[in-house]
Ligand binder design. Structure first.
Ligand code: TA6
Length: 282
């Protein structure tokens, strides 16, 4: 079942319920902020003091960072681009069976976006809610010249205790450490005991987030970079809409095209960044 709904302050979202899972996607940013498999805990972390208002990205879920990841050289422009704070159009839904629902959203250039990024585009996000979670972010270049994007599905995973989780699948991968600005090589699995903010490159396989009693698998497509971020104690204090102890129960693993993995899209051509996320209880 796919329905329109609103929070008490009028903030609009799409609610999805089928035999596999429930989900909620805000029209602002086509922002998936809830996904919960039947008989499981929510997959995604969501701040209990998040904003739900025009122009402010929800803190948690899966913000869409587009058409740039990170800061723009023009500091008057928003970090992580404008897609996550823009109002998207709900395009439609399909429910091929009782356990599967797909919903699609669209964002196109406007006078407002052209002032920030002078390119004509069509951006479509298709989210498939079933016993796995699939996102497909398709960029189409409507311009008469090529353009370059960086992007990320900035996924906040809910974890039981950040000091007891691990991430595998990045062994021997090069990464930019955003805290030191140094290039490093990953040695084995990733564990967390301080702030981590890394952009892994040459990523071409399955990632596994191991938590107390569940394993989360992430498979990306047309993406060769992954961002791993936990703000830990001091950075969390500086983050908007996050309680001071929020870092203990969240971890971002972001399917992306970031930094050296930027994507050049020719006129009338498209690129689709994809991620399939599976969660298994042990
Ligand atoms: O993806 C990691 C990161 O770039 C961090 O450095 C931190 O800034 C985070 O994104 C959150 O950014 P936001 O703009 O959502 O506060």
């Amino acid at each position: 079942m796919v329905t329109f709904d609103k929070l008490s302050n009028g903030f609009e979202y799409i609610a999805v319920q089928n035999t596999s899972a429930t989900a909620k996607i805000a029209l602002q940013g086509a922002h998936l902020f809830h996904y919960c498999k039947t008989n499981q805990e929510p997959l995604l972390w969501l701040s209990d003091i998040s904003y739900y208002e025009q122009g402010k990205a929800i803190r948690g879920g899966i913000p869409i960072c587009w058409p740039w990841f990170g800061f723009h050289k023009d500091k008057t422009l928003p970090q992580h681009g404008f897609a996550r704070t823009s109002m998207w159009e709900f395009v439609g839904s399909s429910e091929p069976d009782a356990k599967t629902s797909s919903v699609s959203f669209r964002l196109q250039h406007s006078d407002e976006t052209l002032k920030m990024w002078n390119h004509r585009f069509d951006l479509e996000l298709k989210i498939t809610i079933s016993d796995s979670l699939k996102l497909e972010l398709k960029t189409t270049n409507l311009d008469d010249k090529e353009f370059t994007i960086t992007q990320a599905l900035h996924t906040y995973f809910a974890v039981s205790d950040i000091s007891k989780v691990s991430v595998s699948g990045l062994d021997k991968k090069p990464y930019l450490d955003a805290l030191t600005l140094k290039q490093e090589i990953q040695n084995g699995d990733i564990f967390f005991s301080s702030e981590v903010d890394r952009v892994y490159q040459e990523v071409d396989g399955e990632l596994i987030l191991r938590d107390k009693n569940r394993e989360i698998s992430i498979m990306n497509s047309c993406s060769y970079s992954v961002v791993v971020w936990n703000p830990w104690v001091e950075k969390t204090k500086k983050m908007s809409a996050m309680r001071e102890d929020a870092y203990k129960n969240m971890l971002c693993i972001e399917s992306s095209n970031a930094y050296d993995d930027a994507v050049v899209i020719k006129s009338d051509c498209s690129h689709t960044l994809g991620a399939i996320i599976n969660c298994h209880k042990e």
